[in-house]
Design a binder for this molecule. Structure first.
Ligand code: GCU
Length: 577
């Protein structure tokens, strides 16, 4: 029977499954010359005979916390770009008839994983998960896990040689050993049937191509219990009418506990239902126009100069966006950890999620293209059951060119083949004021293929005001929803001064610039949302001014200590209902 839709192979709902956490303290060895593979650092070797010696040991050396970037854990690693090995032992009791899946939620940027000396996985991409079925390699009792991690920047990588955020390295997200029965529910996609507000569509695939296998979907709150059978490829589809279905909406979140059981496998996930679409220049959620009161943030806790990686960290970032008055967040510039996505969903924030195709990517390189596809695949595979995610964005500030246009067009149609239930967007920095036309215009052959156009425009900072803000008119993709995906400027918290001198680095200049931009935005007929750059000051090697920046990008409306700058109050006013 023809596949009803594309199943993806990242295990369904790892965070709600039975697992052994492999988080905690790991041993670590810095491998600056990347010689660890030859030296077999993936084994826990010790000297044997009299003449034998081993020039490394996992005992008594560096220790690093997982999850966590290595940069903030040791002053010697703050600037470190290179290879570093992690290793730990863990105990397992083998239970026959189950499968064991080793799951890494995120390792920055590329890595190879060894279990008991055998390579079981390798992955590139700091911000998406990967897994390996290690059932047949696990030993009863003690096991040895080693991970070679490298965060060197590379021309053919995504992102490439330079990007405006800290190049954190390490096992930055959770590691777990999942225990699942065999067969288990490998993938599932549960959402509204397009064009309806009361029909649930659930596609489920088992880990084995077993026909006639019963799969039951239960939603106690809706008194729904539906059983369907798998086809000969182990896939099943359920279509369920749900009369009293309450839809999820921005700032009106509603999620249901949904249990899927098949054989010995039972998974209960939190799922919300919503429809998202565009109607001309408006973004509609459940048929209602929504103006995105958005803000971007990096997956970073600036107060501690480190990657965010826990539930508590997620609360810091998401609660700050809520306090500002947002109904949406842009996860810049990469899929952030599941704690952030799930908490934002529970709190009712619509999410713009993107892959880190940031500025200068090697668009003529076929390998780089496949890395982009993999990134998109893994982002969608991990998060397509998160109803809060309304927009997938596939690039940020890439410049029009034949190879780039072809690359992005191909990637967009690939993305659409993976998910037809969301909008696709990108952020552009090529909208310019055209004096002869006395308006802003944008020429970009690729952009027209998207559902939503994101515009990054730094009027008053990177771009001078050609005339007073109230007089500036926009004519940029007038038939599509346009979101100002970035605007703003730098201000050092606690610095006050001239409202018209950028180099004052003052909160007053930033506040005045915000007021002027918000005034100008009223002249954008197809404006569907605004997202200031950025929530918190964040770390970046770009930002080298010793007094005003000290390697912080100071465009936050909140400082790196969480202090509210004057611009915060202007945005809060603007977003207040
Ligand atoms: C760009 C870019 C951001 C960057 C910002 C800035 O627009 O998308 O990643 O941080 O400008 O210069 O502050």
């Amino acid at each position: 029977m023809k596949a009803l839709f594309l199943f993806l192979s990242l295990i369904f709902a790892p965070y709600v499954r039975e697992s052994i956490s492999l988080n905690g303290e790991w041993a670590a060895i810095i491998d600056q010359y990347d010689i660890g593979l030859n030296k077999r650092l993936f084994t826990d070797a010790n000297a044997r005979g009299k003449t034998d010696f081993v020039e490394y040991s996992w005992e008594g050396g560096l220790r690093l916390q997982v999850p966590g970037d290595w940069n903030h854990q040791d002053p010697g690693l703050w600037w470190y770009e290179g290879t570093l090995w992690y290793a730990r032992h863990f105990q397992v009791t083998i239970s026959p008839g189950t499968r064991r899946i080793l799951y890494f939620a995120g390792v920055s940027h590329r890595c190879e994983v060894f279990l008991n000396g055998i390579k079981v996985a390798d992955h590139e991409g700091a911000f998406t998960p990967f897994q390996a079925d290690v059932t047949d390699l696990l030993l009863e009792g003690d096991n040895f896990l080693a991970v070679r991690v490298n965060n060197n920047r590379r021309k053919d990588a995504i992102p490439a040689m330079s990007f405006d955020w800290w190049n954190y390295g390490g096992i930055t997200r959770d590691v777990m050993l999942l225990e699942v029965p065999s067969p288990y529910i490998e993938d599932s996609f549960i959402r509204l049937r397009k064009g309806t507000h009361n029909t649930i569509l659930a596609d489920i695939r088992l880990s084995e191509a077993l026909a006639g296998f019963e799969v039951t979907i239960t939603i106690p709150e809706l008194k729904i219990r539906k059983t369907v059978k798998t086809d000969d490829s182990g896939q099943a589809r359920a279509e369920i009418k749900a009369k009293k279905l309450q839809l999820w909406a921005p700032l009106a979140p509603k999620c249901y506990d949904i249990t899927i059981s098949a054989g010995d496998d039972t998974v209960t996930e939190r799922i919300g239902f919503r429809e998202i679409d565009v109607d001309g220049t408006r973004i509609l959620v459940n048929g209602n126009p929504v103006f995105l009161k958005c803000i971007s943030f990096h997956e970073e806790i600036p107060m501690e100069k480190r990657r965010a990686c826990s539930e508590a960290d997620a609360h810091i970032l998401v609660d700050a966006a809520l306090e500002l008055g947002c109904n949406a967040i842009r996860l810049a510039h990469y899929p952030q950890n599941e704690y952030i996505v799930r908490y934002a969903e529970e709190k009712g924030l619509l999410i713009w999620e993107e892959i880190p195709l940031w500025q200068g990517i090697d668009f003529s390189n076929e390998d780089t293209y496949h890395k982009a596809e993999t990134y998109l695949y893994e982002m969608i595979a991990r998060d397509r059951n998160r109803c809060a995610i309304g927009l997938w964005s596939i690039s940020n500030e890439t410049r029009p060119a034949p190879d780039r246009d072809a690359f992005l067009s191909r990637l967009l149609s690939y993305g659409r083949s993976l998910d037809d239930s969301r909008l696709f967007a990108s952020a552009f920095d090529v909208a310019y004021y055209i004096p002869s036309a006395d308006e802003f215009q944008m020429k970009d052959d690729f952009a027209g293929q998207l559902d939503v156009i994101g515009i990054n425009k730094y009027m008053g900072w990177y771009a001078p005001w050609p005339k007073p803000a109230p007089e500036l008119r926009w004519n940029v993709f007038p038939d599509k929803p346009l979101v100002i995906s970035e605007f703003g400027c730098e201000a050092k918290a606690g610095t006050f001064g001239n409202t018209d001198v950028a180099s004052s680095w003052s909160e007053d200049y930033q506040a005045a610039l915000y007021r002027d931009n918000l005034t100008m935005f009223q002249n954008i007929p197809n404006l569907a949302g605004v997202s200031p750059w950025i929530l918190f000051d964040f770390l970046s090697p770009y930002r080298q001014h010793p007094a005003n920046q000290s390697f912080f990008n100071r465009k936050g409306v909140l400082s790196d200590k969480g202090e509210k700058k004057k611009a915060w109050y202007i945005m809060n006013d603007y977003y207040r209902p």
